[in-house]
Write a protein of this length. Sequence first.
Length: 100
Amino acid sequence: AMASRAQPEAPRAQMTHAAVLGAAIVSSRKDMFRAKRALAASGVCVSIGELQHFFYGAFRQSSEYRQLSAANKVLAEEEDGLDDFCSTCGLRGLLICCDA
């Protein structure tokens, strides 16, 4: 009875650890160095490699990742102030000279 009782705690602990890592990645806006420092300040010791492994593995499949990506995209559009588009590739950029 004791062994079966201990097994559910391992997945629960993994889920809690994943939630903590995910929250750090979101709050740092995917800056792994800032996330590592924030985690260390809260007593969680992880390496940049562990954060990257989590990010490219489980986190990129999550709804939090999709929300973070959408928020970062909106933030980037608001911050850069560029509203010119390349006629060849359609990407945003700074107009250097016109075709006229």
